[in-house]
Design a protein. Structure first.
Length: 533
């Protein structure tokens, strides 16, 4: 179906797409959102696995654009559950009357830039064909589920699930022999709950993960009152911080204090729980010796919880620095391996050879299973964008432009693709930050840019190749000054066979990045070419 011409098409109706629509509405510009899911919510629509919960605290993980909204909304827990976050997103959509411009159950299949009209033609799997001045990708960084191509997968007679595509009606594993493949964030959250239901749970682990306790609890009413009394300052601090949320950050080196002082500080952070652990000392992510002190502390904690020394040894991460893979936050993960009905299988030592009709087979043994849960993550940061046939100038595809890894200017735009924006794209802080803070910053920058272009009668904006190359070099330089590239992480694309190994997010910090983006705009969009009609 051909629709009326629009100023912008927005792809995705999660936190990013909803706020982008709201901002364009306020500018009086017609926009349409296409969402592949049958409901809004993005990450929080799809990820309904047992125990799904945000790892950023509720008072931080929420929109700041409406003071009325942030004052009136009440979170129930320190870390909000998937269900509560989805309720919040739906409340926002209703409160700001966003649904009338959102089309759910519709996957965008292609977006092509027409150089003559200087417009994007966007098509969907439902036959929609839309012309728009701007194409804005709000497709999310962790939205393309990755399932390894194990031989025999289609022969399995039981049920299979991916944590990122969980059935909305839920799953009851009572009385079943269940296999969970993977020990990343979704596995660490779901394994304790599945273990309580299953007759027996087999956890197939290739790479052990560092996880800190969440210490989740009902939200402290006094803390909530204190934050709401100074929400403007609270949000300002988050925007100026390194990671996009308010936390206690030390400027001291881990190596400049005594062993006793260090241990006391690690214990204090561990007792508080949450992602702030890696901010205990300023050099934990830049200095190997400093990092070793934190990593060994974490390993001691694992040994202290897991009763069987052989099992504990398999759970100890030893070949990458703590914090260089996405740090996990858990409730009772390690103690789950003390249960009689839980078996940890080390598939680094004995890899999975095949899925069989009755379960799976490793190099050493066969396992009879009723259900298999793939907690195998996502084609992060680029997967959702590259699954759409995006064509810029001269018909060049984004897949071709990114054949050796993603190249962007500011993580917002790509040279050769005028008027195409990516919210929290590769080359921006995105997954190394509180996503809501990074989303709001990108949406505001894009909306201000579009508004200024309209005022100055500019039809297109496009990153120059030189500016893009300089930004890619800067992202790489600052990334490789840290310990992050030493881990085979999804930040590097290492979980996807054949994906180029590039450190994708920008690690310079949320506050510093914001200043760079503001500086670019203040200098008349330095590094961009703008054209008039």
């Amino acid at each position: 179906m051909r629709m009326p011409n629009l100023h912008a098409v927005i792809v995705g109706a999660g936190f990013a797409g909803l706020y982008m629509l709201h901002r364009l509405r306020r500018l009086g510009l017609p926009a349409r959102v296409f969402e592949a899911g049958d409901g809004i919510g993005g990450t929080w629509y799809w990820n309904r696995y047992p125990g799904a919960r945000c790892d950023v605290e509720s008072m931080d993980y929420s929109y700041s654009f409406s003071d009325e909204l942030q004052q009136e909304w009440k979170w129930s827990e320190r870390y909000a559950s998937q269900r509560e976050i989805l309720t919040y997103i739906n409340h926002v959509a209703d409160r700001f009357d966003l649904r009338r411009d959102i089309q759910v159950g519709t996957r965008v299949t292609a977006a092509t830039f027409d150089e003559a009209s200087r417009r994007w033609t966007v098509t969907t799997d439902r036959g929609d064909c839309v012309s728009a001045r701007f194409c804005i990708m709000a497709t999310g960084c962790l939205s393309t589920a990755q399932v390894p191509k194990f031989p025999g997968r289609e022969t399995f007679r039981g049920a299979t699930y991916h944590t990122g595509r969980w059935p909305h009606e839920g799953v009851d594993f009572s009385g079943q022999r269940v296999g969970v493949i993977g020990t990343g964030s979704s596995a660490i959250q779901s394994i304790p709950i599945i273990a309580e239901q299953a007759a027996h749970l087999f956890v197939f682990q290739r790479t052990p993960n560092f996880s800190v306790p969440a210490r989740n609890a009902p939200l402290d009413p006094d803390f909530e009152r204190q934050v709401k009394a100074r929400y403007a300052d609270f949000r300002r601090q988050a925007r100026e911080s390194r990671v996009g949320f308010v936390g206690e950050r030390s400027e001291a080196s881990a190596l400049a204090v005594t062993r006793e002082e260090r241990r006391r500080e690690y214990e204090r952070r561990w007792s508080r729980g949450g992602l702030g652990f890696t901010a205990t000392y300023v050099d934990l992510l830049t200095n190997t010796d400093a990092n070793d002190t934190a990593a060994e502390f974490c390993r001691e904690k694992i040994r202290g919880v897991v009763h069987n020394p052989a099992v504990a040894e398999i759970l100890l991460p030893t070949d990458y620095p703590v914090g260089t893979k996405r740090m996990c936050v858990d409730t009772g993960y390690y103690k789950t391996f003390n249960r009689d009905n839980v078996t940890l299988v080390d598939i680094r030592r004995a890899p999975i050879e095949a899925i069989t009709p009755d379960g799976l087979r490793t190099r050493e043994a066969a396992y009879l299973l009723d259900s298999i849960v793939f907690a195998t993550g996502f084609d992060a940061m680029t997967g959702a964008l590259l699954s759409i046939d995006i064509r810029g100038r001269g018909g060049r595809t984004l897949n071709d432009a990114w054949a050796e890894g993603p190249r962007t200017y500011l993580g917002l735009t790509v040279a050769g693709f005028p008027n195409l924006f990516a919210i929290t794209g590769p080359g921006s802080p995105s997954v190394l930050s509180n996503m809501i803070v990074s989303i709001e910053q990108h949406v505001d920058w894009i909306a201000d840019c579009i508004d200024r272009m309209r005022a100055q009668d500019h039809e297109t904006i496009e990153a120059t190749a030189a500016a893009q190359e300089a930004w890619v070099a800067h992202v790489n330089e600052i990334g490789h000054a840290t310990l992050y590239p030493r881990a085979n992480s999804w930040y590097m694309g290492a979980n996807i066979p054949g994906k180029p190994r590039v450190f994708m997010p920008y690690i310079g910090g949320v506050g510093a990045y914001r200043q760079i983006c503001e500086g670019v705009a203040a200098k008349g969009y330095e590094g961009f070419t703008l054209t008039r009609g």
